[in-house]
Design a binder for this molecule. Structure first.
Ligand SMILES: [Zn+2]
Ligand SMILES: [Zn+2]
Length: 249
């Protein structure tokens, strides 16, 4: 038991050391580190979710795909290429976050909770309005890169125009300009955001009535409807703004 605790502490220590190194090193090394993390999380998580979806949807016993139409010819390779470019944009944008943080770890649980809550409120509002902006005439062409995927899969998640990737990534630096926040909070939200966006596009629907499965179904069906219908379900996690502006479907 003691050995597990000590090795966990050692791991946390190494993780924090990497953070400190990322803050202090030159911008190009910091960019390469961010790119490596973004690409690794994106590829490992996408392959894992894609693999799980294929297994659980076999014979439609545990789950099934919401949209069963065939993918467009060459869709997956286009999506992966766009995903790589999005990761490059996220890595560039992370350099702004490197200049704006107030510390690495919040000093108290209260600070942590306030920062988490403030970022959730900010991001739900930011992502809803940015997404609505992307559906207006000046940005429609850029956003059409994402809507090229009508039947989605995990690979559609970051199949976005570089401008859209920058808008997604800039949420953290914009928030940091208005609110003092610690890097670990932004990092954790970024990783959560990537994993959640991949699940959102997985196109999977569980057959079970279990609360957790139903929750996932609600998200995946809602976003699948956005890709099929268009001007509905702009929200990220919460449908609050969609309900307020009657864009929920
Ligand atoms: Zn859209
Ligand atoms: Zn989407």
């Amino acid at each position: 038991m003691l050995r597990i605790v000590l090795s966990s502490l050692d791991l946390i220590g190494k993780f924090l050391y990497l953070f400190e190194f990322w803050i202090q090193t030159n911008w190009f090394i910091a960019f390469l580190m961010s790119l490596t993390i973004n690409l690794s999380v994106y590829l490992v998580t996408a392959y894992a979710i894609d693999f799980i979806c294929k297994i659980i949807s076999r014979d439609n016993k545990i789950a099934q795909y919401i949209d069963n139409r065939p993918f467009k010819k060459g869709q997956k390779s286009v999506e992966i290429k766009n995903g790589f470019i999005a990761c490059i944009m996220f890595a560039f944008v992370s350099l702004f976050a490197r200049e704006l943080f107030v510390g690495v770890i919040p000093l108290s649980i209260t600070d942590l909770l306030i920062e988490v809550l403030a970022f959730i409120l900010f991001y739900e509002t930011y992502s809803y309005w940015v997404h609505r902006l992307l559906h207006t005439r000046p940005f429609r062409k850029a956003h059409s890169v994402h809507h090229y995927s009508v039947r989605t899969s995990v690979w559609s998640a970051y199949s976005v125009h570089p401008l859209e990737a920058v808008l997604i990534g800039m949420s953290a630096p914009i928030f940091m300009l208005m609110f003092p926040v610690h890097l670990i909070v932004i990092f954790a939200f970024h990783i959560f955001g990537v994993v959640f966006t991949l699940i959102l596009h997985s196109n999977i629907k569980f057959n079970s009535n279990n609360f957790f499965c139903q929750l996932i179904n609600r998200y995946t069906q809602s976003h699948a409807a956005h890709h099929v219908i268009g001007n509905v379900n702009f929200g990220f996690v919460n449908a609050f703004w969609d309900r307020c502006f009657k864009t929920n479907h």
